[in-house]
Design a protein around this ligand. Structure first.
Ligand SMILES: Nc1ncnc2c1ncn2[C@@H]1O[C@H](COP(=O)(O)OP(=O)(O)O)[C@@H](O)[C@H]1O
Ligand SMILES: [Mg+2]
Length: 241
């Protein structure tokens, strides 16, 4: 049984059909890359999986359980975590406090939540930022904070929404290393990313969304050579890279 099974989900906003009959599976232990032009429906797909709004139609199953009707809080308890593309940390709280908020609900006490927060901040390489107010972080450190906040909930499935965007090449390499270690620790990952060397380098399979529909899915090499994908998305990206 796949860990996550998305079956023909659709979502419209007014007359705008953002996701159209999207289906895919995620196997336990894999990294699935989700790519496609801006507006393709990637974040909308994450929002449906994480329970921020329900699909208009279709079904999402996690470990065989239908997630229909579950709220974000319930989904977090089922061990699915997602980062936000536009992270909104509590600006006047420190990095440590922000992560403790994320980890409270499954840690028995404040001290356990603190230990967990320290552990995940070390894991993402932010031990030296624990006392910094979140509003003073760089864009890249905000993304790292997002990942730490998720890890504090001890997810089995982690949805990463453009966590490498805005990073310098050196920061991107460091972020790839962190994502690789998250997977090695046993977390299954779906990753939305525009930085091709990151998504192609880390993903076992890549799914390309275009206008809310899958136009290709397969291993990174095959997808990056697919003429349909080159025309719709990658041609332009590689030309500008
Ligand atoms: N909450 C929302 N309300 C209205 N329209 C939305 C909302 N979220 C996304 N959309 C629209 O849905 C489409 C897909 O957006 P999105 O999922 O954010 O794309 P991506 O993450 O691939 O860039 C876009 O046309 C976007 O304007
Ligand atoms: Mg998006």
């Amino acid at each position: 049984m796949p860990l996550l099974e998305v079956s023909s989900i659709s979502k419209s906003f007014g007359g705008n059909q953002a996701v159209k009959g999207l289906s895919f599976t995620v196997e336990s232990g894999e990294i699935l890359g989700l790519i496609g032009p801006n507006g393709a429906g990637k974040t909308t797909a994450f929002n449906m999986i994480a329970g921020y709004f329900p699909p208009d139609s279709g079904e999402i199953r996690f470990k065989g359980e239908n997630l229909a009707g579950l709220r974000p809080w319930d989904i977090s308890h089922r061990k699915i975590a997602r980062t936000f593309q536009l992270s909104k940390p509590f600006g006047d709280l420190t990095v440590l406090e922000n992560v403790m908020v994320g980890g409270f609900h499954n840690q028995g006490s404040r001290s356990a939540a603190r230990r967990k927060a320290e552990e995940v901040l070390a894991f993402v390489g932010m031990s030296d930022r624990m006392g910094t107010e979140a509003q003073n972080l760089t864009v890249v450190d905000r993304k790292r904070l997002e990942m730490a906040r998720c890890l504090a909930t001890e997810p089995e499935l982690l949805l990463l929404d453009e966590v490498v965007a805005g990073a310098t090449p050196a920061e991107a390499v460091a972020m790839m290393e962190v994502i690789g270690r998250i997977r090695q620790s046993g977390v299954t990952i779906v990753m939305v990313e525009h930085v091709m060397r990151v998504v192609m380098g880390l993903s076992h399979r890549v799914l390309v969304l275009h206008h809310g529909e899958t136009i290709a899915v397969g291993d990174p090499q095959a997808v990056s050579r697919d003429p349909v994908v080159l025309k719709a998305y990658l041609g332009a990206r590689y030309a500008h890279a």
